[in-house]
Design a binder for this molecule. Structure first.
Ligand code: 13P
Length: 245
């Protein structure tokens, strides 16, 4: 599973260019779920262009709001479903840090969407927490939002250490593997149906380091920011994941 998080980037021209570059490089394979989370405003343009180019890429949103009505700037579940989005990212560290999203907000969002959309829940420790060896403790706290839930198999976690996002720094593949195993164990023991979720790695993934992460047993894919903005680079990473590079 390889998902592009375009964050607050993109334009209609970028999308056209992205698709032609993706097609140049992508080697068709049925191996993986490929997703893009564009800005809300570009969802329709992206979906029309994916369809026109017969690309089997799904799309979703980077966040969602709790309800509809008098909530200026918000996007509701009904709107997201109306645009045929398949998934929502929630709990991204940029939402937590820049927009003050709390575990409580994330838990309410899970109540709302977990049965209706595929969910990619982002968790990750800060640089300071990492240096102080608090990574597991912090991840466990962030995972409290899934306690006692009955989650579907399409529930996915993205492990994104905050200090690795957009910095060019990453944990070692082995460290990532250990953390992913830990996350799977915590989710399995906290959910009523004991699901073992897919765990994606996110944070400075690019075409040069992707293979080293994908070699690891507990890495089920990647959530990619910067390198996903270029259709060639993103397609290369998908090809590496599919073993067709
Ligand atoms: P980068 O790939 O730019 O480090 O971003 C990762 C990320 O935040 C994906 O959600």
């Amino acid at each position: 599973m390889i998902v592009a998080n375009w964050k607050c980037n993109g334009s209609k021209i970028m999308i056209q260019d992205w698709i032609s570059k993706f097609k140049e490089t992508y080697v068709t394979s049925n191996n993986s779920y490929i997703g893009i989370a564009p800005s809300y405003i570009h969802i329709e343009h992206l979906s029309n262009n994916l369809k026109a180019n017969s690309l089997d890429i799904t799309y979703g949103v980077q966040n969602i709001d709790l309800s509809s009505g008098a909530r200026t700037s918000a996007i509701s579940l009904e709107m997201v479903q109306d645009m045929s989005c398949n998934f929502s990212i929630i709990g991204h560290s940029e939402m937590r840090i820049i927009f003050g999203e709390t575990n409580e907000n994330i838990s309410e969002k899970l109540d709302l969407i977990a049965k209706s959309l595929d969910v990619i829940l982002c968790i990750g420790e800060s640089a300071e927490e990492n240096i102080n060896n608090q990574t597991r403790e912090i991840l466990k706290q962030q995972l409290e939002v899934i306690n006692g839930r009955d989650l579907s198999q399409s529930f996915t976690i993205a492990y994104e250490p905050v200090w690795a996002i957009g910095t060019g720094k990453t944990p070692t593949p082995n460290q990532i593997n250990d953390i992913h195993k830990f996350i799977k164990d915590v989710v399995q023991s906290s959910t009523v149906n004991n699901i073992v979720p897919k765990v994606l790695y996110g944070g400075s993934v690019n075409e040069n380091n992707a293979q080293s992460f994908f070699n690891e047993d507990y890495v089920d894919g990647a959530l990619i920011g910067g390198a996903s903005l270029n259709g060639n680079s993103f397609a290369k990473i998908v090809n590496i994941f599919n073993g067709v590079n």
